[in-house]
Design a binder for this molecule. Structure first.
Ligand code: SAH
Length: 344
């Protein structure tokens, strides 16, 4: 059995208490210390008897150690670099909006999806994160800032659906009323489009928002950007998305990073509109963030607007992603990469 107590549900904690010869109500106390009071050490759990705290030493609390934090002078965005217990580095971003604060968390250390424009994938996958390590990013930021987090986006480093079981347990724990108690509707999971996992997720009937990194209107273009396009066609992907909507009633978000001369022509907008016509969806246009190791250039503001207008003409809901923290840079995985570079 795992010793990762921060990844355990309340029911599992009750079983653990039984195993340790303790009263079941201790489970509720421990769960609340970890997930509501955000305790990082058993010594903080002052209403637990000393004997129990000693037994719990065999169940170390998974931690994230703060390495650096960069604050944007423009919009209050904060980018955190954390070190995990085994030395792996991950990043998380706190974004402050009028309607509340969002934390963007990583689901893996590195990534094996290989998207051409993305910095997170350059060193490949180191490992998947535990549910506790996903939660700890939020807890750490909440402890650090004293602010309540109202939204979670799983859009940092890693492919969340490539870490399916841990992702689901993370969602269960984050939405637990005896824990952080975030509503599922306030959680967005972004995927490069792993079709079988999207179908599986649809069956779970969670109320989370699914964001799909589409980035191209044709398989031909998508294949030049995202290796996953060699596994699943856009048509297969969209059919899984329709199924997700049917099962959950949740509108899909499509992310579309605009790269100059690659996927930003008026013809691309026409084809995209044709594919998405009639779907309950929303398109989020994002001028690509140039990554040092890559040669992609971002689409000009005028062209982004033209693309948006074209999609809107076909009745598609479109927004241009408000760019946050541009002065602290930058694109996904860049802080982690620059740290790995300096350490190497
Ligand atoms: N693996 C998941 C989540 C992590 S990436 C996914 O693919 O959705 C989060 C989002 O940032 C994705 O839409 C990804 O395509 C996008 N992204 C990555 N690098 C980028 C860059 N340099 N510029 C703009 N968007 C980028």
């Amino acid at each position: 059995m795992t010793t990762d107590i921060k990844s355990m549900t309340r029911e599992e904690l009750v079983l653990l208490m039984e195993e340790l010869g303790e009263k079941p109500f201790r489970a509720g106390q421990i769960f609340s210390w970890i997930h509501q009071h955000l305790a990082e050490d058993y010594s903080e759990m002052t209403n637990l008897p000393k004997g129990l705290r000693e037994k719990l030493a065999d169940y170390p609390l998974v931690k994230t150690e703060l390495v650096t934090v960069q604050r944007s002078a423009k919009d209050g965005t904060e980018k955190y670099l954390f070190r995990l217990d085994d030395g792996n580095l991950i990043e998380s971003v706190l974004m402050r909006y009028h309607h509340g604060s969002s934390v963007c968390i990583s689901s893996q250390a590195g990534c094996r999806m290989g998207c051409r424009f993305c910095a997170s994938t350059i060193g490949g996958l180191s490992r998947s994160l535990l549910p506790s390590e996903m939660l700890s990013q939020i807890y750490h930021i909440q402890r650090e800032t004293g602010e309540r987090i109202s939204n979670i986006v799983v859009m940092g480093t890693g492919e969340p659906l490539d870490n399916y079981e841990n992702l689901l347990r993370f969602i269960e724990l984050a939405t637990c009323p005896e824990g952080l108690g975030i509503s599922a509707r306030s959680i967005t999971v972004s995927t490069c489009g792993l079709v079988p996992e999207i179908r599986r997720l649809a069956e779970e009937k969670l109320q989370i928002t699914l964001a799909i990194s589409l980035h191209a209107p044709t398989d031909e273009i998508r294949k030049t950007l995202m290796p996953v396009a060699n596994r699943y066609s856009i048509d297969e992907l969209l059919s899984a998305c329709r199924e997700y909507f049917r099962a959950t009633g949740r509108r899909i978000t499509f992310e579309y990073s605009m790269i100059s001369g690659v996927n930003d022509t008026p013809e691309c907008a026409e084809i995209l509109a044709g594919k998405l016509k009639g779907m309950a969806c929303h398109v989020n246009l994002i001028p690509v963030n140039p990554v040092r190791e890559r040669s992609f250039r971002r689409t000009s503001r005028t062209k982004v607007l033209e693309f948006k207008n074209k999609l809107e003409k076909y009745g598609i809901n479109v927004t241009i992603r408000r760019e946050m923290g541009t002065d602290i840079d930058g694109a996904c995985g860049q802080l982690r990469r620059s740290m790995t570079d300096t350490q190497a």
